[in-house]
Design a protein around this ligand. Structure first.
Ligand code: PLP
Length: 292
């Protein structure tokens, strides 16, 4: 049930279909966003809408795809998807993809389609995970070439590694994967950026092998407000093992403590005080309780 915005029109959920010969389904050239709406005192509010739409346009530009709508139109499409589906707390999925107008790698008559779906998605991780932290495993899959040099695009094709890594982590009894770059430095989770804290200083990988996370930027802004020093630099795997605190950030995962990496307990093995403070600020911000 419900409505999906597709190429400028609201269509019933079941009719928002694409053909099996959809180009993006075959070759993976496409990009998307993961956006969330939270219930606030003034009704549902989409958190960091402008930032997500801007990143979608940057992703499309990197992939050399032309979005046939303006940013304003896509912002309104996202608001409409929440409103017309009567949602309060929602996850939104805008996506830009090539259709089935042409086949093969050389197709030159492809049309760029855009859709926005929204649905109610109470919580990505359990309340216990948010409080006690999760177990993570370093992935045997590294970020491959395109993943690293084009990591600023939230591109469909970049998620092959994420999926393989996450499935591997879950199969070995963990809740999330940590991916390294080709040189062995820490990159990010399957759909999250990572932060560690050592001697009261926050460290997060520089933007060479991970997505420019919008939650990551929100946390960097909070750290500046709280006068917590931050270093954006390359991080090694063993630094995570000996960190005082570690956490993931992402639209879906929000601020998620990491309790263990590869069987090594991190810090006290529970959510640390800085993580707890930043997490509380994040929940206040998404609920509209902090000045934006
Ligand atoms: N890294 C990857 C690979 C992601 O897919 C995501 C999720 O969008 C993130 C990091 C976190 O980004 P954001 O905070 O913008 O959701």
């Amino acid at each position: 049930d419900g409505l999906i915005w597709l190429d400028g029109e609201m269509v019933p959920w079941r009719e928002a279909k694409t053909h099996v010969l959809t180009h993006t389904l075959h070759y993976g050239l496409g990009c998307f966003e993961g956006v969330r709406a939270y219930s606030t005192a003034n009704g549902p509010a989409i958190f960091r809408l402008k930032e997500h739409t801007d990143r979608l346009f940057r992703s499309a530009h990197i992939l050399n795809m032309d979005i046939p709508f303006s940013k304003d139109e896509l912002n309104e499409a996202q608001r409409a998807a929440v409103r017309e589906n009567n949602l309060d707390e929602a996850y939104l999925r805008p996506m830009v993809f090539y259709g089935s107008e042409g086949m093969g790698l050389r197709a030159d008559n492809l049309k760029t389609h855009v859709m926005v779906a929204a649905w109610s998605w109470p919580s990505y991780m359990s309340p216990e995970a948010k409080e006690l932290g999760i177990k993570v495993r370093t992935s045997s899959y590294t970020r491959h070439h395109v993943n690293i040099t084009m990591c600023k695009a939230k591109a469909n094709g970049n998620y092959i590694n994420s999926m393989l890594a996450l499935n591997e982590a879950i199969a070995s009894g963990c809740e999330e994967a940590l991916l390294l770059d080709n040189e062995g430095y820490v990159a990010e989770g399957s759909g999250e950026n990572i932060f560690i804290i050592r001697d009261g200083v926050m460290h997060t990988p520089e933007l060479t092998s991970c997505l420019e996370g919008i939650t990551r930027q929100t946390i960097l802004d909070f750290a500046a407000e709280l006068n917590i020093p931050v270093k954006e630099r390359r991080i090694t795997r063993d630094e995570v093992y000996i960190a005082e605190e570690a956490f993931f950030t992402g639209t879906a995962a929000e601020v998620l403590p990491i309790r263990e990496l590869d069987g090594r307990v991190i810090g006290e093995g529970k959510r640390g005080p800085i993580t707890e403070k930043l997490q509380a600020m994040y929940f206040d911000a998404v609920k509209g309780k902090l000045a934006q």
